[in-house]
Design a protein around this ligand. Structure first.
Ligand code: A2P
Length: 318
């Protein structure tokens, strides 16, 4: 499996299994199918509320001798309610307990948005902290602690723009090694990709297929479809593969890790097989000029009228 490489030489398989929206009762089997199919990278997060079940699947795979711990790359993410310095290590320890692991390969700050301790999704003004209350540099100090303690081999962020990355880098002892953001042909993130490359920050693309199984409440009316896009379909038909495989391959060709979510065995297998798809310059050019620009996960659930955070703080213009 093709990998991307951290500066110390550690490798992360470029295609991983996404577990956001994988329901309890489904994710156990999905993880086992994925490992059986050859996935060696699983992307998790505390807020997905399924880490215990992922942990049970990992335990089963280890006990059955299907795979060894050191052959797997496991990522998880710090939720918004644990951004205070004292809360980072305990939050990670809870994740490690749920996943039944001694350490993670990668731990990320999930969002640059802080909630008060114990708040799952802040609604009222009182449930939020601001950057003044809990600066991102404080949360990053906690992440550095995690790395020093050996609880995560690599540390990074998710949903960070250039301004916020620069802020962390300025005060950091260890710079972020990864930025996981939404990325696909409707949102190529060229500026952010160039910035991250210049700073040696690897990238992971989430929602590469457009995250069609999100709750309706999180969807805007008339969202464009990546899987049904004519340009994607035309390239898929040329290579005799599915649209999903083209979208996954697009990321692989940009040397960006990609974590399609599936709980269906055929699609889990098919998504990993995207590694075989060889897109040519012409295909990549067509995808780069697809003509639709769209962000599916715009973070508006964090920026309501009661929130101190604004959408314009989250994302830079492309
Ligand atoms: P399922 O889990 O039933 O396979 P994203 O990774 O962008 O969040 O997208 C996940 C959505 O895409 C889920 O609804 C998932 O459904 C679906 N999906 C995953 N793989 C494929 C595929 N190869 N073809 C079509 N849909 C897919």
């Amino acid at each position: 499996m093709k990998s991307i490489t951290f500066s110390n030489g550690d490798q992360m398989p470029i295609i991983g299994l996404g577990t956001w929206k994988s329901k309890p009762g489904e994710v156990y089997q999905a993880v086992l199918w994925a490992i059986e199919a050859g996935y060696r990278h699983i992307d998790c997060a505390a807020i997905y509320d399924n880490e215990k079940e992922v942990g049970n699947a990992l335990d089963k795979a280890f006990k059955d001798g299907v795979v060894k711990r050191e052959e797997l790359f496991i990522t998880s993410k710090l939720w918004n309610s644990n951004h205070r310095l004292d809360d980072v290590v305990p939050a990670l320890k809870k994740t490690l307990k749920d996943l039944q692991l001694e350490c993670l390969d990668l731990y990320l700050i999930h969002w640059p948005i802080s909630f008060k301790k114990g708040v799952l999704f802040a609604q009222t003004r009182e449930e939020f902290y601001t950057y003044g209350d809990v600066p991102l540099s404080q949360t990053w100090e906690g992440m550095e602690e995690v790395k020093k303690m050996g609880l995560a081999k690599h540390i990074g962020v998710s949903n960070f723009n250039i301004t916020k990355l620069e802020e962390i880098i300025k005060s950091s002892q260890f710079a972020p090694e990864m930025n996981q953001v939404e990325m696909h042909p409707f949102l190529p993130q060229d500026k952010l990709v160039n910035f991250c490359r210049s700073k040696n920050i690897l990238m992971t693309a989430y929602s590469p297929l457009g995250s069609g199984d999100r709750a309706t409440a999180n969807k805007k009316a008339n969202e464009p479809s990546l899987l049904e896009n004519e340009v994607v379909k035309e390239i898929a038909s040329k290579h005799r593969v599915s649209s999903a495989q083209i979208l996954i391959s697009y990321s692989v060709h940009r040397n960006i890790a990609v974590i399609p979510k599936s709980v269906n065995q055929d699609r889990i297998v098919q998504n990993l097989a995207s590694i075989e798809v060889k897109l040519d310059e012409n295909d990549m050019e067509k995808l780069a000029n697809i003509g639709t620009s769209y962000r599916f996960i715009d973070g508006s659930f964090f920026t309501g009228t009661q929130s101190p955070y604004k959408l314009t703080d989250l994302w830079e213009k492309e």
